[in-house]
Write a protein that binds this ligand. Structure first.
Ligand SMILES: C[S@@+](CC[C@H](N)C(=O)[O-])C[C@H]1O[C@@H](n2cnc3c(N)ncnc32)[C@H](O)[C@@H]1O
Length: 398
């Protein structure tokens, strides 16, 4: 049996990936298509983990050429899949890789459909400069460099080991963007303002450095997320006054949160049985997880987290805890149907949630594109409809 010609097989698979991304409507321009067809993803992600569809605990399985053979490995590399390259901030021991569960991915090569949709959403033109936050494997940095040229792309990665591997892969493939190993929430200090800024990790609010380092008229594309869920993708235009404003884009894509903004390990105090004031509510905990109402919940309770545990009577109850304010809401099913909510602390979380739901309902329960974000030096507000419509404050950036 002859060894497969890796370059030829990879080139064919890249064309297939580009066809697939174009058919699905993510890849729209000739220039980004050329980049997808050219950049060898397998050089950036030589070994990785992918999520399995096994029921139960989320589990990831290792994929390497040694484990599954070169052709199948290449096929997996060029699938429209997220390829995980790090868990819990620790490097993977590749000597004898085993399936992993009960872990949090902390670095990856993002789903190609999401990568190219964000690059298209960035509205770049020839000659523009781009700052990327979250180099990761370097794959998206390579796409940007292939499209715009080395002198026009800078990328920042917070994890030194991840940053070093991306640098090696970029160099090996002949791409030479400016790379910085450091906290990308500070942007790329000292660089001239960029035409575009793109973040490939989620942030709780837009760091002021990104606005300061994007030229007036320039664009910032980033996902926002909270500790309960993602708020999706925003595209902001920086104004001459150094404020930034724009709308959420379609879908609610999700990225791993910036490491410096992850939720604290401790959930805070679980309320004692009977603590707080109870009342009936027509809104059950499914609102927290459904796509559109989950977005509203994240806005209305920006520092809360939620989980399910046995409640006072042993039946499953949903706890919404806000350690920042020492507030809680506990939802439990009522025997005859409906729900009871028990709230305590200075912020009545479920009251705020229901007020937000009512405003959203009055506006016709629209999807994310009805919402926008205004970033000023002091505060950041997500608004519904227009900038002077109903609004919710985002937590201050780190
Ligand atoms: C989803 S991965 C990036 C995917 C990448 N663009 C690619 O194509 O491979 C997110 C990356 O953001 C990095 N990250 C997290 N917080 C960061 C921060 N504050 N500054 C810079 N990078 C950060 C993570 O270490 C991780 O490598």
């Amino acid at each position: 049996m002859t060894a497969p010609d890796i370059d030829a097989v990879a080139a064919r698979l890249r064309q297939q990936l580009a066809d697939h991304l174009a058919t699905d409507g993510w890849l729209r321009s000739r220039q980004w298509r050329a980049a997808v067809e050219d950049v060898p993803r397998h050089e950036f992600v030589p070994r990785f983990y992918v999520e399995t569809d096994a029921p139960g605990l989320t589990t990831w399985e290792p994929i390497t050429p040694e484990l599954i053979g070169v052709e199948e490995w290449l096929r997996r590399v060029y699938a429209d899949d997220t390829l995980i390259t790090q868990f819990d901030g620790r490097d993977i021991d590749w000597t004898d890789p085993k399936p992993i569960s009960d872990a949090h991915p902390t670095s990856s090569s993002t789903l190609p459909a999401l990568v190219v949709r964000m690059l298209e959403d960035l509205l770049v033109d020839d000659g523009m400069t781009v700052l990327e936050i979250g180099t990761g494997t370097g794959y998206s940095t390579a796409l940007l460099t292939r499209r715009l040229g080395a002198g026009r792309v800078a990328s920042v990665e917070t994890d030194p080991g991840v940053a070093a591997r991306a640098r090696d892969a970029l160099t090996r493939c002949g791409y030479a963007p400016r790379l910085l190993s450091g906290d990308g929430l500070r942007g790329y200090p000292g660089a001239p303002p960029f035409d575009r800024t793109i973040a490939t990790m989620g942030v709780r609010s837009i760091p002021s450095a990104w606005v300061e380092q994007t030229r007036p008229g320039g664009i910032i594309v980033s996902t926002l997320r909270g500790w309960m869920r993602s708020l999706g993708l925003v595209r902001l235009t920086v104004g001459a006054d150094r404020n930034a404003q724009g709308r959420f884009l379609t879908g609610e894509p999700s990225f791993m949160i910036a490491r410096q903004q992850d939720a604290p390990e401790s959930l805070g105090m679980i309320p004692a049985p009977g603590e707080g004031d109870a009342r009936d509510t027509g809104h059950g905990p499914e609102l927290l997880t459904m796509p559109d109402s989950g977005f509203i919940a994240q806005l209305a309770m920006p520092t809360a987290r939620c989980f399910t545990l046995p409640g006072d009577d042993g039946a499953p109850a949903t706890y919404v805890l806000d350690a920042a304010h020492g507030s809680f809401a506990v939802l439990a099913p009522l025997n005859g149907g409906g729900w009871t909510v028990r709230q305590g602390g200075p912020v009545r979380l479920w009251d705020d949630m229901e007020k937000a739901l009512a405003l959203w309902g009055a506006a016709g329960s629209p999807g994310p594109t009805a919402f926008g974000l205004t970033v000023t030096a002091g505060t950041q507000h997500v608004w519904l409809g227009t900038p002077d419509g109903p609004n919710w404050k985002l937590p201050a950036a780190a």
